[in-house]
Write a protein that binds this ligand. Structure first.
Ligand SMILES: Cc1cc2nc3c(=O)[nH]c(=O)nc-3n(C[C@H](O)[C@H](O)[C@H](O)COP(=O)(O)OP(=O)(O)OC[C@H]3O[C@@H](n4cnc5c(N)ncnc54)[C@H](O)[C@@H]3O)c2cc1C
Ligand code: FES
Length: 468
């Protein structure tokens, strides 16, 4: 129903048919699809109800980082269906309130233990690059990744990358992901996909992982947390309606699963992500009504804004979203102009005929595991929120826990890859390998990459959270 019919870059192939049950009705999905995507493709928007006001809820992040898509699967409540692949005869039910407890305890498998030198949480550019570096020195780490695919955010980025040429600028994100995945496979690096690291138990030095109804206890000498970031929600009436997505979620839905997130879209935020995703929505055959931006100028690169303008998409500065209206999903959006102090100007409200609103209003580092492990965090507006306090070798305030990528501050994939290498080489140095010269080289490369005007605030932020 919502399939993309033609795409200039991507060629979507369906896997073999898999049938499952949704609220008692048989659903035909395809191998490789997640539950939420299969339902969304068929036009089903509502997955759960809010606990107090019983408001409808659908997907928001589409990468397993919020709680919008939680449903009851085979009797187990609170399952994030946007990252759980469909299986034959699965029983999926919409969830009301907080979800009912499982009917039978037999649903859970016996727990297992895995012991490793290094465990890496997250297989985005940071975690993937770190795993390859470790394997180059003969250390076989284990990667824990909650999505079905390795590659993190790269798997949906069809545009040619900005950033450093040495770190793959000019190559499409999806191509970089393919290269990293191929290396991981060829090097036989252990990777657990569809596996969520849900908790760290510092006293026992154990990482708790949940996979396919099984508890896996991972015990490692060193941990690298490369969990990336999640999209920011902004407050406005109706922001919880199905049809309000993070811009990255829209990108996942269309570029990974070949599904249109909506037919008529309003994009909130004219930074690089908002501009790039708007263009990709046009490529998928979606009408982009406008991009609105609260600041008085566009935040993203000129080249991305020009592409949109060539397609006649207006970019309206000093404007924001006031309300999302509709039931049970978005049926229209109301925007309003802002004065120089960011106050709404009464009488400037404008109604937009849209079924989808995408928020591209920034990212927040996903630091939950670090907080739980007892690593010290500090708030840094320049880095996107709470970030781990660390040294330049990316060691946190816990000696055996390292970080790399967006989790330690929002930047780019090129930086995430360099940080992945630094963290891995620092762990190797601790293990007795001589990697200091390589670390120094990469630290210099990182410094030159952060030399531009766009990185000024990031450099300031890092100074505030880095210890000697
Ligand atoms: C639209 C868009 C365009 C972009 N364009 C560019 C560009 O042109 N150039 C550039 O350099 N950068 C670009 N970026 C930024 C880049 O994608 C990110 O900076 C980069 O992906 C960060 O890498 P990472 O490895 O830190 O995190 P991610 O890529 O987010 O990977 C983190 C991984 O960790 C997994 N994970 C998280 N929590 C858990 C858990 N508890 N258990 C198990 N697994 C977990 C996630 O599933 C994910 O796969 C863009 C981003 C977007 C959204
Ligand atoms: S966790 Fe599935 S939509 Fe956010």
């Amino acid at each position: 129903m919502r399939e993309i019919q033609a795409h200039p870059i991507l060629n979507f192939k369906k896997g073999k048919e898999v049938s499952f049950f949704f609220n008692g009705s048989k659903i035909i999905a395809y191998d490789g699809e997640n539950i939420a995507m299969a339902l969304y493709r068929l036009g089903i928007d509502v997955f759960s109800e809010s606990p107090k006001l019983h408001r409808p809820r659908g997907m928001f992040c589409a990468i397993g980082k919020c709680s919008s898509c939680m449903m009851r699967v085979n009797g187990i409540p609170n399952v994030r269906t946007c990252v759980l692949p469909v299986k034959e005869n699965m029983i999926v039910e919409t969830q009301s309130y907080y979800g009912k407890l499982p009917d039978k305890v037999e649903n859970f498998k016996k727990s297992i233990e895995i012991s490793k030198d290094v465990a890496i949480v997250g297989a985005g550019p940071a975690g993937a690059t770190a795993s390859i570096t470790l394997k180059e020195y003969g250390i076989n780490p284990i990667i824990i990744e909650q999505n079905s695919l390795l590659g993190g955010q790269l798997v949906k980025q069809t545009h040619k990358f900005f950033g450093s040429e040495r770190e793959k600028a000019g190559i499409r994100g999806i191509k970089i992901a393919e290269e990293l995945i191929q290396q991981i496979e060829e090097m036989n690096i252990d990777a657990l996909v569809n596996s969520t690291a849900f908790g760290f138990y510092p006293e026992e030095n154990i990482l708790g992982v949940f996979r396919d109804n099984q508890f896996i206890k991972i015990s490692a000498k060193y941990y690298l947390i490369a969990t990336g970031a999640s999209e920011k929600m902004i407050p406005f009436p109706g922001n919880d309606l199905p049809g309000v997505f993070g811009a990255g979620a829209a990108q996942t839905i269309m570029n990974v699963f070949g599904i249109k997130p909506g037919n008529k879209i309003l994009m909130i935020g004219a930074g690089n992500v908002g501009l790039i995703v708007s263009y990709q929505l046009l490529q998928a055959g979606v009408e982009v009504k406008a991009v609105v931006e609260a600041m008085d100028e566009i935040g993203g690169y000129f080249v991305h804004a020009s592409k949109l303008r060539r397609f006649g998409v207006p970019i309206l500065t000093k404007t924001t979203i006031k309300e999302a209206v509709g039931y049970p999903r978005v049926e229209k959006a109301i925007t309003v102009n802002l004065d120089d102090s960011f106050n709404e100007i009464p009488g400037t409200e404008k109604e937009w005929d849209v079924d989808t609103i995408c928020l591209s209003t920034g990212l927040i580092p996903s630091v939950n595991l670090l907080a739980q492990a007892g690593c010290d965090l500090k708030y840094s507006p320049h880095l996107g929120g709470y970030v781990p306090i660390r040294n330049k070798y990316l060691m946190t305030t816990k000696e055996n826990i390292y970080v790399a990528g967006d989790v330690d501050g929002i930047e780019e994939a090129s930086i995430a890859m360099l940080e992945g290498r630094i963290a891995a080489l620092s762990i190797l140095e601790k293990m007795g390998f001589n990697t200091q010269n390589k670390i120094t080289d990469i630290l210099n490369e990182l410094k030159s990459l952060r030399n531009g005007p766009f990185s000024k605030k990031v450099v300031q932020g890092i100074k505030e959270v880095e210890y000697e």
